[in-house]
Ligand binder design. Structure first.
Ligand SMILES: [Zn+2]
Length: 393
């Protein structure tokens, strides 16, 4: 039981301790009982599961909470449509309230990536872009089912042309390309599949940027075990785990994306979520160096960027003009948007990247990037306006 002994137990000791401590020592009769109780408490604590462990940081640090973006901002990656609610409800149920929140946070425009196609695209454009010119830019999708149901790539191209004619500001491509989309023979279709070349080429001709979400965080491709840095998230969302699901590896998907971008220099691409490589910002820098027609957005990766604030700030400084801020806050969440301002603008250290009681992507804190105004001007606005021409119209 040595481990349980306090220092005072060692006292074969010299001078008796002073005042209050002496009284404590004299009352030593209850000590055995107290020691047994504290041993039991300690044993209970040692058995607390990690998901119940909620340490409170003892650091006392300066805090800054910017309420508005330092310069007028464009949220270049967000979701305002209905398809992520199974068509049942708009992500932003009250457009007036949304505009009020945008004004209060200094956000001049939001890119809505939920246009889809046909009547759904029209409904999105009516509700946002056409009703509030200059405040919204809706992207369209194409219906990959055409690849397996016999309509083929010409149908995708026609759909893109119709989207452009209706007023879509770009083409959004979701991660299902590479992970789930199959051709008529049941084979997975990768982003750089040559059969899709006419689609990407047409996007370039129409002046529509293609914002592509390829793959997912590295941890989603790793085994769901005690070493996985996003274990709790994957346990909460088992369908997000890709390991052992028969999908291409993360690096295969990323190489496919790079070869797609290389094959279409006349088309401008935006790699969503830091091109799904936020865990390796040097690789992102190399990708941007290699492909002048590529930009990336920051959406959904505050937790990654903020735990490597120096590397992240370095990337943003070196590639200012080709990095777009996006909140991906599903309807424009004020608190999330302001956490981004704190992350990008301040030099605050060790703060939560989420308002959730348990940080959803991993149990770590983030530190600010303290970007200069000239860089913020590009990340918040300049890059979006040059990569998404509809915003500058
Ligand atoms: Zn998104």
């Amino acid at each position: 039981m040595h481990a349980a002994r306090g220092p005072s137990d060692e006292s074969g000791a010299a001078a008796p301790p002073p005042g209050p401590l002496r009284r404590l020592v004299r009352r030593g009769g209850g000590r055995a009982l107290r020691t047994a109780a504290s041993l039991r408490a300690r044993a209970r604590l040692a058995a607390v599961p990690l998901d119940r462990y909620a340490p409170r940081s003892a650091l006392r640090l300066p805090e800054h909470h910017p309420q508005r973006a330092a310069v007028s901002a464009v949220d270049a990656h967000n979701h305002l449509g209905t398809w992520l609610n199974d068509g049942a409800a708009w992500m932003a149920p009250d457009v007036r309230a949304l505009l009020g929140t945008m004004d209060a946070t200094g956000v001049e425009a939001v890119v809505n990536l939920d246009g889809r196609w046909g009547a759904e695209l029209e409904a999105n454009l009516d509700r946002y872009d056409r009703a509030h010119p200059g405040r919204f830019a809706t992207f369209c999708h194409v219906d990959w089912a055409a690849l397996s149901d016999g309509r083929g790539v010409p149908a995708l191209v026609a759909q893109l042309e119709a989207g452009a004619a209706a007023g879509a500001a770009g083409l959004k491509v979701w991660k299902d390309l590479g992970l789930r989309v199959r051709d008529g023979a049941g084979r997975l279709v990768l982003p750089d599949d040559e059969r899709l070349a006419p689609l990407w080429r047409r996007a370039g001709e129409l002046g529509l940027p293609a914002l592509v979400h390829v793959a997912d965080p590295l941890a989603f491709f790793a085994p769901v075990d005690r070493h996985n840095e996003r274990l709790e998230e994957l346990l909460a969302h088992p369908d997000w785990a890709l390991h052992g699901r028969g999908v291409p590896a993360h690096d295969v998907l990323l190489r496919s994306f790079a070869s797609l971008v290389a094959a279409h220099p006349g088309t401008r691409f935006v790699g969503a979520h830091v091109a799904s490589s936020a865990e390796d910002l040097a690789a992102v820098g190399a990708l941007l160096d290699a492909h002048p027609n590529l930009a990336v957005d920051l959406s959904g990766r505050a937790a990654e960027l903020g735990r490597q604030p120096r590397a992240a700030a370095d990337l943003l400084r070196r590639h200012a003009g080709r990095v777009l801020w996006g909140s991906d806050s599903f309807g424009f969440d004020e608190a999330e948007v302001r956490t981004w301002f704190r992350l990008l603008e301040t030099s605050d250290e060790h703060f939560p990247y989420s308002t959730a009681p348990v940080p959803p992507q991993g149990r770590w804190a983030v530190s600010g990037l303290a970007l200069e105004d000239a860089v913020l001007e590009q990340v918040y606005r300049g890059a979006a306006r040059s990569w998404i021409p509809a915003l500058a119209r």
